[in-house]
Design a protein around this ligand. Structure first.
Ligand SMILES: C[S@@+](CC[C@H](N)C(=O)[O-])C[C@H]1O[C@@H](n2cnc3c(N)ncnc32)[C@H](O)[C@@H]1O
Length: 210
């Protein structure tokens, strides 16, 4: 699936499911907010309808939300209740200037990406990790959650007609470390991202920039 097809899929998802996509925070966001230590802001990649971004903003963090989908970003802006949020439509690989702008006067930040790394291909994921490695200040934190290989056979609440790359958790951890991060917590399992009838097998990783 090309990048244009991916964006077009997500545009139609967010325009037709405005009432269906959960607007409340995910289990992963509730986990992550307890782990945020002494940071000056949160950048979310693949923020979708802003469910987790708005939660971080509600908790008082400066927030930059990025997504490739025009519809998703419009939804975020229309729902946003906070002045210290900024939502920008762009591909992760083209986010360099937005990240740099957000980092001005910030010592360290957290990058958060839920169900994003499996929504992009391997080359883009590696380029994304490299971009973070170059731009993030030392001791910045990253939080990733993604579907893993055993999840491929699981029935999906939102169907199977969009791109999902089922990730080898150990390979992902190695890639994160190779990009210049120190993994401080990781787990793979079910029960972490349950949604109605679907209990996805996911990997979680928290890491610090060296
Ligand atoms: C599975 S959704 C996850 C949304 C949200 N994080 C959540 O957990 O509900 C994946 C999101 O990644 C976005 N996305 C896909 N490829 C992208 C890319 N290359 N750059 C930025 N966003 C992208 C999609 O538009 C979509 O909103």
């Amino acid at each position: 699936m090309s990048q244009a097809e991916t964006s077009s899929y997500w545009d139609s998802f967010y325009s037709s499911r405005k009432k269906g996509a959960p607007a409340y925070p995910s289990q992963f966001a509730a986990f992550a907010v307890n782990e945020l230590t002494d940071i000056d802001g949160v950048i979310e990649f693949g923020c979708g309808n802003g469910r987790d971004s708005e939660f971080f903003a509600t908790c008082g963090f400066d927030l930059l939300g990025l997504d490739a989908s025009v519809e998703a970003i419009e939804l975020c802006r229309s729902r946003s209740a906070h002045e210290h949020t900024r939502y920008v439509q762009c591909l992760a690989g083209a986010a360099k200037d937005e990240i740099k702008g957000f980092l001005v006067n910030k010592r360290k930040v957290a990058v958060y990406a839920r169900f994003f790394l499996h929504a992009i291909d391997e080359n883009e994921a590696n380029a994304f990790l490299d971009l973070l490695s170059v731009l993030l200040p030392p001791e910045s934190q990253v939080f990733f959650e993604y579907r893993t290989i055993d999840d491929a056979d699981q029935d999906k609440t939102f169907g199977t007609d969009h791109y999902r790359r089922y990730v080898n958790h150990q390979d992902m951890l190695a890639n994160i470390e190779r990009a210049g991060f120190r993994v401080t917590y990781q787990i793979e399992g079910r029960g972490l991202a349950k949604f109605r009838d679907e209990d996805a097998k996911v990997g979680r990783c928290v890491a610090s920039k060296n």
